[in-house]
Design a protein around this ligand. Structure first.
Ligand code: ADP
Length: 303
């Protein structure tokens, strides 16, 4: 039984934020694909025009470090998004205790992450949900950003449909303070958290709620001062808080190179206006100094 006369359904791969994802074979090309089913049946008018326009934009975002949206079609009250199939993701790599990540491997994975992000930011698309399990890895070792722009099209739910609350670990401080006018800086902060996680091999700031997440951020970087972040007190959810000093970055990331620490500190800048852009991060000397990033085909991956 084929879906849309073209795709042969295989096993379910998992349940994501917006619905079930299953594996399928594209009978037109023989390619293995992953199809994300998004429930739209309840909305009477179906999917709105804005969403369709955004999906068209995603289809046009073609880059080696962005997952390809092959097509999108409605079927039985669900919107089906067809993506290229990917073997694994960065979360599986970070968690696999049998994998040793050298500084060159970390540089390679992180550079691919930023390259994908840079392409999207150049087209004024924000990701808004950067986390290691949204960074998919193909059989050739290429890392590709997934779930781009979906948060903007379908909204960012508070919980996924197995009712788990999303961890706020990758959320930028301006979001935690309730800003509605955020920009590309939210993806830069999340990318910095992913860089930290690659270096530490565990999530860096593991808050249990938005408030707790801010506490974890303050405990690491110190409470933001007015000179560091002048707009802070105008943010919607701003509250006075007790002063906490910053930890030296070196003590949080022992054994990490000076270049890596310098890049981390520039990405973990409180004021989103002062935070480096993705492009500036890519031009940081961390990426030009030794060791050179590992060739993606030679990167360690789960067996
Ligand atoms: P979430 O919304 O929680 O990030 P997703 O909806 O992206 O989850 O994915 C749900 C499941 O489907 C995950 O287990 C993920 O690994 C898998 N998956 C998603 N996209 C692909 C893909 N392109 N290729 C292979 N597996 C995928």
């Amino acid at each position: 039984k084929k879906v849309a006369d073209r795709y042969l359904k295989r096993e379910v791969l998992g349940e994501g934020t917006y619905g079930v994802v299953y594996k399928a074979i594209d009978t037109k090309t023989g390619q293995t694909v992953a199809i994300k089913k998004i429930r739209i049946g309840k909305q009477k008018e179906g999917i709105n025009f804005t969403a369709l326009r955004e999906i068209k934009l995603l289809k046009e975002l073609k880059d080696p470090n962005i997952i390809e949206l092959i097509e999108a079609f409605p079927h039985k009250g669900n919107l089906h998004l067809v993506f290229e199939f990917m073997e694994t993701d960065l979360e599986a790599v970070i968690r696999d205790r049998n994998i040793v990540l050298s500084p060159a491997d970390i540089k390679s994975y992180f550079q691919m992450t930023l390259k994908g992000l840079a392409v999207c930011h150049r087209k004024w698309v924000l990701h808004r949900d950067m986390k290691p399990n949204n960074l998919l890895i193909g059989s050739n070792g290429q890392l590709k950003l997934a779930d781009f722009g979906l948060a903007r099209i379908f909204g960012s739910p508070e919980r996924n449909f197995t009712h788990q609350v999303f961890a706020p670990w990758y959320r930028a401080p301006e979001l935690l303070f309730g800003t509605k006018q955020y920009g590309a800086g939210v993806d830069v902060w999340a990318a910095a958290c992913i860089f930290a996680e690659l270096l530490l091999r565990r999530p860096f700031l593991q808050g249990t709620s938005d408030i707790d997440q801010l506490g974890k951020i303050f405990a690491a970087f110190g409470t933001p001062t007015r000179s560091q972040w002048s707009d802070l007190e105008y943010l919607p959810d701003y509250v006075e808080y007790q002063y906490v000093p910053a930890q030296p970055l070196r003590s949080l990331f022992p054994g990490v190179s000076d270049d890596a620490l310098d890049l981390l500190s520039k990405m973990f800048t409180y004021d989103p206006k002062a935070r480096v852009s993705v492009q500036q991060a890519l031009e940081h000397r961390y990426f030009s100094s030794a060791p050179a990033p590992t060739d993606p085909a030679k990167l360690p991956r789960p067996v």
